[in-house]
Ligand binder design. Structure first.
Ligand SMILES: C[S@@+](CC[C@H](N)C(=O)[O-])C[C@H]1O[C@@H](n2cnc3c(N)ncnc32)[C@H](O)[C@@H]1O
Length: 477
């Protein structure tokens, strides 16, 4: 790494694509994950092939995971390389800002189609991430094998230009926030937003956070009510690390694929710790009536049923029949007996009932889960934040009339913006003096902003969870 602007800002990491030269721990972990190339020479291109097809689906609107699943389903020979392909897709999409600068530099064609663009994006990511490890020839070989024949000459030229580009060059002359945006692979508006709300130092930590653990929780409904590790998972016990604060919750060490065989039994649920803590803070107890709004694909419904020990009732509402199919599969797999699905728009529910607890997990900008859905970074804008916050406000209004006497509302999102969290809660409390916030999860996370100290915030870089916001409110008269 040449002497550069980074030296004046030691808390900043250099542009990721150049980071291989520096070799931070995160990089090493990440490249280890990506580097597991298929063993045999005959299939050295299959993970690239699957990643390429999936990238094309992502540009057409699919999520990264769905895209890999769909592309693998259409060609069973590629099923065994799903994990490697997903790592390539997530990396390529996540670092798309810098990658596109390099692609433009190496192939300055204004009218480049998506087939070419995706091939060059994947090539850039693979060459810069993996190429440094002496695998260049193998990677080039794999990329040539998957390239459409008419793109081969362009690919050859591109492969030739790529090593000459010094990624630090692109930072010269940029403003601080523009530089941080490229260094952490985020849009500039979001970097500016984080600087303003969290302060520069904290924002840089947040924007630089990369790996958060995968959390596995024992399903007490399939374990005679207990949260201890069931026998069948005993063989994988050394791959699990207890989360001391939360019984029954573990972080998974290494790959999830070894757990796949146990998935259908329903003995465990994969759910981020913050999402489970949100449900816990709602304190559902056996016998209660719960309304779960925006419920698909059912992670919270299942966690609520576990805390209620399958006694009482849950009405789970979502307007997406496609996502509710996933909800049905999940509640069935996990042995949930007390939940009833309702396909409906939350803003016009038409329910007359009242509930002990109403859970609202509304759609949001998802700024707390960019690591798992990196494409969202490039689609969002400040206008998206404003649009979602209006929707969230409406949903909270719809919920209010359905909360029984001394009933509770649990509001949560996987986003870190103030507009979708504290502002929604403050506006609601102002127009509903019959509701008050209640202190929750005081030993976890951090207090809400703007004086809403009863609420909780979770940050990936501090809490090793998704970025999350949770508010608990109670009807007081
Ligand atoms: C954050 S996800 C919910 C995740 C879910 N609670 C869980 O834990 O698995 C938001 C959900 O809101 C649903 N949704 C969005 N707008 C809606 C509306 N107007 N009415 C009902 N559901 C809606 C989406 O289909 C999506 O499933």
């Amino acid at each position: 790494m040449p002497a550069s602007a980074y030296e004046q800002r030691p808390n900043l990491r250099p542009v990721n694509l150049a980071r291989d030269k520096v070799g931070s721990t995160n990089d090493r972990q990440k490249s280890k994950r990506v580097e597991r190339l298929p063993a045999s020479d005959s299939d050295h291109s299959s993970h690239f092939r699957l990643a390429y097809r999936a990238l094309l689906l992502v540009t057409a609107g699919a999520s990264e995971r769905d895209a890999v699943q769909r592309a693998a389903a259409s060609d069973p020979r590629l099923t065994s390389v799903k994990r490697e392909a997903l790592a390539l897709v997530l990396g390529t999409v996540s670092e798309q800002d810098v990658i596109d600068i390099l692609v433009r530099n190496g192939h300055p064609d204004e009218k480049m189609g998506m087939t070419t663009r995706c091939l060059f994006r994947l090539t850039t990511y693979a060459m810069l991430r993996l190429g440094a490890k002496g695998q260049t020839r193998r990677i080039e070989h794999g990329l040539r094998a998957i390239a459409p024949i008419e793109l081969l000459p362009k690919l050859e030229f591109f492969l030739g230009t790529l090593p000459a580009f010094d990624t630090t060059q692109m930072l010269y002359g940029l403003r601080d926030s523009e530089r941080v945006a490229l260094q952490t692979h985020h849009p500039v508006w979001w970097v500016n937003y984080c600087f303003r709300v969290f302060g520069r130092a904290e924002a840089v930590e947040l924007l630089s956070s990369r790996t958060r653990p995968r959390y596995l929780r024992v399903n007490s409904l399939k374990n005679r009510g207990k949260t201890t590790l069931p026998k069948e998972l005993g063989v994988l016990a050394e791959r699990l690390t207890k989360v001391p604060s939360t019984p029954g919750v573990y972080t998974v060490v290494g790959s999830l694929s070894d757990f796949a065989g146990f998935f259908s039994s329903g003995s465990f649920q994969m759910q981020d710790l913050a999402s489970f803590l949100a449900v816990k803070s709602g304190a559902p107890v056996p016998g209660e009536k719960v309304l779960d709004l925006c419920a698909a694909p059912g992670a919270k419904t299942a966690a609520i049923a576990q805390l209620m020990r399958n006694r009482g009732s849950i009405v789970s509402v979502d307007y997406s029949s496609r996502r509710m199919k996933g909800w049905r599969r999940e509640v069935q797999r996990l042995g949930v007996k007390i939940a009833e699905p309702m396909i409906s728009d939350v803003s016009c529910l038409g329910l007359r009932d009242s509930f002990d607890l109403v859970v609202i997990d509304p759609p949001c900008t998802g700024t707390g889960v960019f690591d798992r859905n990196p494409r969202m970074k490039w689609h969002l804008s400040p206008q998206s934040v404003a649009r979602y916050s209006i929707l969230q406000h409406h949903f909270l209004e719809s919920a209010a009339s359905l909360v029984g006497e001394r009933g509770r509302i649990l509001y949560c999102t996987c986003t870190l913006t103030v507009e979708e969290n504290e502002n929604v809660i403050s506006a609601f409390l102002k127009s509903h003096p019959e509701f008050e916030t209640r202190p929750i999860l005081e030993q976890y996370g951090s207090p809400g902003l703007l004086g809403l100290a009863d609420c909780r915030r979770f940050y990936p870089h501090r809490d090793r969870t998704a970025g999350y916001f949770i508010a608990g409110m109670q009807r007081t008269n």
